[in-house]
Design a protein around this ligand. Structure first.
Ligand SMILES: C[C@](O)(CO)[C@H](O)COP(=O)(O)OP(=O)(O)OC[C@H]1O[C@@H](n2ccc(N)nc2=O)[C@H](O)[C@@H]1O
Ligand SMILES: Nc1ncnc2c1ncn2[C@@H]1O[C@H](COP(=O)(O)OP(=O)(O)OP(=O)(O)O)[C@@H](O)[C@H]1O
Length: 310
């Protein structure tokens, strides 16, 4: 098969874009026998993107560019490379691929950057090799790669249950505006869940706690959404990284409608009234020196999709 060359892509190459996420609500139960925690979460995909360019090759290799790309492993542990191998194995493909990752999502930042790479690689390899895997097959491969990978595939807004991998689409009206305080230092997701165990003995009740949040989304009401933001991992992230109290406070002072640690942190997500207000909160983060980098974004946005080379 020869794919039509598009813009600067070589022949037999596919470019895919996948979004990062914010957990608008993340409720966590007690650790299960398999080492994971049952969660009830509401994901929103945001316009902070990873790009993956997959080029036909004999071997499996990966390179990365963009902010913090030096932190991304380029050996077999790379989640995107593992995703490519999973597609090949499932579809019986006997060739390799070179993946180039353009990092836009913070690394180890709680916004699912590695998961977005994996979701993008699944979609890219499926297209590159014309494997024609079904949506359900891709979702199954995604869940095996990581709890957040299925959501990076589907995007928009969804409720996640189980490990976070069982998704139900949720209705959301309009566009929400965000400012993010990004840190160079990452937080290990496993370490944050372990700190959560130390802080919380016994299971939490996960049932029906997000009715006001779902209503806020349905109404497109940013003020109500801001009031409903919630993260059970926030105290654990703050325990491991007490400095995160500063961006949380700065965003509140700057009039954020709500502010929350994103997933397992350390990125802090502030919900703004408008695009202008998001820029003002980002400027407050920068001026006060509480972030190594700032981002502004909107949500919800689509999941992993081919942008060139199909
Ligand atoms: C914090 C969140 O980003 C919220 O969406 C996710 O729960 C984490 O998703 P992820 O990074 O894809 O996590 P995985 O790669 O599946 O798991 C990494 C580690 O996090 C812990 N983990 C993850 C998900 C979960 N429901 N319970 C857990 O205890 C486990 O120690 C696991 O070994
Ligand atoms: N393609 C990848 N990009 C980034 N990190 C990767 C990748 N593959 C494996 N990793 C490893 O996974 C770790 C977590 O990376 P990631 O950027 O996905 O964290 P995260 O955004 O906090 O994840 P989540 O929000 O899903 O918990 C990194 O420290 C890195 O060692």
């Amino acid at each position: 098969m020869t794919l039509t060359p598009v813009d600067d892509l070589p022949e037999r190459a596919v470019r895919v874009r996948a979004p990062g996420k914010v957990n608008l609500s993340l409720r966590v139960g007690g650790r299960q026998a398999d080492g994971y925690h049952p969660v009830s979460t509401v994901f929103q995909a945001v316009s902070v993107y990873e790009e993956v360019v997959a080029t036909a090759a004999e071997d499996y290799t990966v390179t990365a560019s963009g902010p913090q790309s030096e932190l991304v492993p380029t050996d077999g542990s790379n989640l995107a490379l593992r995703a490519a191998r999973a597609v090949a194995e499932r579809a019986g493909v006997d060739e390799g691929v070179h993946l180039h990752l353009v990092k836009g999502v913070p690394v180890a930042g709680g916004m699912a950057g590695g998961s977005a790479d994996a979701a993008a690689a699944l979609v890219a390899c499926d297209a590159l090799w014309s494997t024609g895997l079904s949506r359900d097959e891709l979702l199954e491969l995604a869940a095996d790669l990581g709890s957040d990978v299925p959501f990076s595939l589907v995007g928009h807004t969804a409720v996640g249950q189980g490990r976070g991998h069982l998704l139900t689409p949720a209705l959301s009206r309009g566009e929400f505006h965000w400012a993010f305080a990004v840190q160079d230092r990452g937080l290990s997701t496993a370490a944050v869940y372990a700190a959560f165990d130390e802080l919380h003995a016994g299971a939490q009740d996960l049932e029906d706690r997000d009715v006001p949040l779902m209503q806020a989304l349905l109404a497109g009401d940013a003020t109500a959404l801001g009031a409903a933001l919630h993260n059970d991992l926030e105290a654990a992230a703050l325990e491991l990284d007490p400095g995160l109290a500063e961006p949380l406070a700065i965003a509140t002072d700057a009039g954020a409608l709500g502010v929350v640690v994103s997933g397992s942190g350390p990125t802090v997500a502030a919900l703004a009234r408008s695009r202008q207000h998001a820029l003002a909160i980002a400027a407050a983060f920068t001026a006060s020196g509480v972030a190594d980098r700032v981002l502004t974004a909107t949500g919800p946005v689509a999941g992993a999709r081919v942008v060139a080379g199909e």
